[in-house]
Design a binder for this molecule. Structure first.
Ligand code: HGY
Ligand code: MN
Ligand code: MN
Length: 415
């Protein structure tokens, strides 16, 4: 049997699953707050487990808590085709970032079961732990350990704002598996994700065929000045760490604009100490997020930032430390997998265009250990990492249809 254009997933069932999962870890404005290794994440993992077991899948969990739900192939010894993304969300996240990719993988299984279709290769649906990197930096942490970018011990030692470690939290929620991370081999990996940008919607296109992912550089800056009274300290005597952060934040924006149109830069995280209304900040810690499709431009932006930040700190009399707390080079996805995605979009009659991913994804690390490709669907106003994140059922269905064809073609249908 070959994949025909009428072979499609059940879009209503997928949408119902998305809405069901969205009830877990609700945000304050209709989105989600299901941060990694929280009780809410554990509840979402348990719902996913129930659904996978109902679909006849066997579940393995590795030492980073990543979940692998396996549908057997007719040739069990062949390396499986893996498909998935992440169920953890930002603190003010949307209902679809990551979740669409995991639940579309499950929808593929449900469709294959319903039609009684068998594949030579096993198919494994994956929920990667801590893609977002908000509670425990850096992002894509479990897939990074899987791809041998980080060690397991380093990942376990990552601490959240309350000093809790990743290892202890994995233990606490009962998802610290014993499978060695990276032991599972795979023939290929596919990830469906919302674009989190404006291009597909603006151009009226259904499918992003993701050929590359841009690189990322997270620089954590610590500025130390002197706490003093905001009222009685004369201006010339102030050593204001908050002022340094403001000027460096402005410099980040100017550096990104100076490498337009593809460079981006912002400060999204900051801690001010002691954070009292009438004390000049004695210390600030904040994170710069630089991104660009070309590695050398990212390096140039970092060099320019270090030069300007040093002058800013010297002018104010601040001590400064800069530490890289996250980063990955731009990635080029596998040509064969990308072709499977593009051919699927054509076969199914969906409009499509090549795309570079603006956000980082687990696929960016898994691309190091297996042939990998991504599919993107539009999102409303290109908005994401915001509780107003929205997609349409049609966009979800189109993305999952293309994912279905790319995965099943690669896993090889058995006549
Ligand atoms: O930061 C990112 O690009 C991803 O959303 N974690
Ligand atoms: Mn994501
Ligand atoms: Mn995200």
């Amino acid at each position: 049997m070959t994949l025909e254009s009428n072979m499609r997933i059940n879009g209503n069932r997928l949408w119902d699953a998305l809405m069901e999962m969205a009830k877990i870890g609700p945000g304050v404005r209709g989105g989600n707050n299901r941060q990694t290794l929280t009780d809410e994440d554990a509840e979402g993992r348990k719902l996913f487990t129930r659904w996978c077991e109902d679909a006849g899948l066997t579940i393995g969990i590795d030492q980073m808590g990543t979940m692998f739900a396996r549908r057997e192939g007719t040739e069990p010894d062949l390396d499986p085709v893996m498909v998935g993304s992440h169920l953890d969300t930002q603190p003010t996240g949307g209902k679809y970032d990551g979740v669409l990719g995991v639940l579309s993988g499950l929808e593929i299984i449900r469709t294959l079961n319903e039609l009684g279709i068998k594949t030579r290769r096993p198919i494994v649906v994956v929920n990667w732990t801590n893609e977002e990197g908000t509670r425990f930096a850096p992002p894509m942490l479990a897939s990074g350990v899987f791809a041998d970018v980080h060690t397991l011990d380093w990942a376990y030692a990552r601490q959240d704002a309350e000093g809790k470690t990743m290892g202890a939290e994995l233990e606490r929620i009962g998802f610290k598996g014993d499978e060695p991370v990276g032991a599972r081999k795979m023939h290929a990996f596919f990830e469906l994700h919302i674009e989190q940008g404006p291009i597909l919607e603006a151009e009226g296109i259904d499918i992003g065929v993701v050929t590359h992912g841009q690189g990322l550089n997270w620089l954590q800056v610590t500025l130390t000045g002197r706490e003093s009274h905001t009222g009685s300290t004369p201006m010339p005597m102030r050593v204001n760490a908050g002022l340094g952060m403001a000027r460096i934040t402005q410099a980040v924006d100017e550096i990104a604009w100076s490498h337009a149109p593809l460079a981006v830069g912002a400060v999204g995280h900051c801690d001010v100490y002691p954070n009292s209304r009438n004390i000049i900040p004695g210390k600030v810690v904040f994170t710069i997020d630089f991104r660009h499709p070309e590695k050398d431009v990212i390096a140039t932006m970092e060099a320019e930032l270090r030069e300007r930040a040093t002058k800013i700190a010297d002018d104010i009399g601040l001590q400064m430390e800069i530490e890289q707390t996250g980063g990955f080079d731009p990635v080029k996805f596998d040509d064969t997998c990308v072709k499977a995605v593009r051919d699927a979009a054509v076969r199914l009659g969906y409009t499509h265009r090549d795309l570079v991913s603006g956000a980082g994804h687990d696929a960016c690390w898994i691309n190091r250990v297996a042939p990998t490709a991504m599919i993107m669907c539009p999102c409303v106003d290109g908005l994401s990492h915001n509780e107003d994140e929205e997609i349409t059922p049609e966009w979800a269905t189109a993305g999952a249809d293309v994912l279905y064809h790319a995965v099943v073609e690669t896993a090889e249908i058995v006549e």
